[in-house]
Design a protein around this ligand. Sequence first.
Ligand code: C2E
Ligand code: CA
Ligand code: CA
Length: 405
Amino acid sequence: MKRLAVRLLTSTALLFVGTEVLWSDPLLEPLPLQTVQNQKKAALGRALFFDPILSRDGTISCAHCHDLENGGDDGRPRSVGIEGRLGTLNISASIGVALYPDNGENIMELIKNADNAMYLAKSMGKNNFQFFVPELSRRMHRRLEIEQGLNKALKNGEFWLAFQPQYHLDDHSLYGAEALLRWESEELGIVAPDEFIPVAEETGMINAIGKFVFEEACKTLARLDAEGFSLDNIAVNVSSKQFTEKGLPEFFTDTVARYGLTPARITLEITERYIMDTSAYDDKLLDTFKELGFGISVDDFGTGYSSMSYLKKLPIDTIKIDKSFIRDIPHDTSDNEITKAIIVLSGSLGYKTVAEGIENAEQEHFLLEHGCHYGQGYHFSRPLPFDEFVDFVRSRAKEEEKAAL
Ligand code: C2E
Ligand code: CA
Ligand code: CA
C-alpha cells in the first residue's frame, strides 16, 4: 500500500493506492512472495510514481505511460505487465482519492477517507479509482456494522435457512429446494444476503458460514426423510471464496455421510462468473466434486460470458438461467431470444435447465414451451422457513396422491 500526495494549483489530493496481482499464467503462482512484492513495487514505480497527474476534470493520468498496457483512455489506471521467467505478471492498482481540505482537514482524516475510497474502488471490480464522497462514510460505517455483526452471528444462532421449492415445469411435481441463507441480527435486524455475503467473503467468514449452510441443508434433508417426505434434491450456494479453503471436499463428504445421505441428492450452485474466472481457483476442484457424486449447477447463467467450448468441458449437470432474463418474458423480445438460446445451448451440451425468478403463469408457460426442465420462483412458492416448507411439501404430496387416484 502506498500513499502519495499530489500538489495541485488549488488543493492537495491524497491518493491511497492498493495493488492487485492478476495471474495471467497459473505457473506463476509458485513465485516467492518477496519476488512478487519487489516486482509489484517496480511496476508501480513505473506506472504511478512517475508524475501522476490529477487533472482538474477529475481524471488521473501518468506522464510516463510507455510501460503501460491496454486501456487508459477512460481514465482508469492501467494494468502493468511484467515479463517474468514463467510468463507475464499483470499488476493493477485501485486508487482512493481524498482532497484537502474538503475531505479532511488533517492528515489522519485524509488517510482514512482515501483508504475508504480505495476500498470502494476495490469493491467496484478493482483497477479503477474513486473519489471520497461523504456517502462513502455512511457505506463504510454500514459495512463495518455488518462485519462486526457477522463476527458473532454464528455463535448467537442468528442465521437460519429458507427453502425455496424447485419443481418440474411439465407437471408441477416437486423436484427439490434451494437453501437460502437468512440473517436476523440482534442489532441490525434482517440483513439481505446480497448485502452481507460480500462482506463475509471479503473477511473470510464465508468459510464458517458456508459450512453452517451446508450442514443445515443436510440436516433438513435428513429430517424430511425421517418425516416421510423425501425430497430428491437440495441445492446449496457455494461461494467462490470457499473454493480456496483446504479440505472442503472432505468436509462435504463427511457431512453428507453423517446424515446418512448420498452426495447425488446435493447440488452445489456456483455462479457462472466464478466458473469462468479460471485464474481464481483450482479447476480440478469441480471435477473432484463431480467424482464424489455431487451435482453441479451453474448459477446466474447469462451474466458471466461463458464460451461454449469452455462450458462443454465442465463437469456440470444443470444451468440456471439468471432471473434478470426471466423477469420481462414474454414482453421483451431480446430476453425471450436469450432465454430460448440458453435452453437450446444447455440441451445440446446434455445439461438440464432451471429457470429462477418465475413470477407469473405467462413466464412459466413460455419456459415450458421452449423446453426448460425445472422452475423456481414466487409464482410457485417464496423461500419458506423450515416449518412452512414442511407444510408446503406435505400439502403437495397430498395433492399428488389425489391426482394419482
Ligand atoms: P441466488 O442464488 O441467485 O438466489 C436467488 C435469489 O432470488 C434469492 O434471493 C431468492 O429469494 C430470490 N428469488 C426467488 N424467487 C424469486 C422471484 O420469483 N423473483 C425475484 N425477483 N426474486 C426471487 P436471496 O435469498 O435474497 O439471495 C440473494 C443471493 O444471496 C443469492 O442469489 C445468492 O447469491 C446469495 N446467497 C443466498 N444464500 C446463500 C448461501 O447460503 N451461500 C452463499 N454463498 N450465497 C448465498
Ligand atoms: Ca443460487
Ligand atoms: Ca441465481
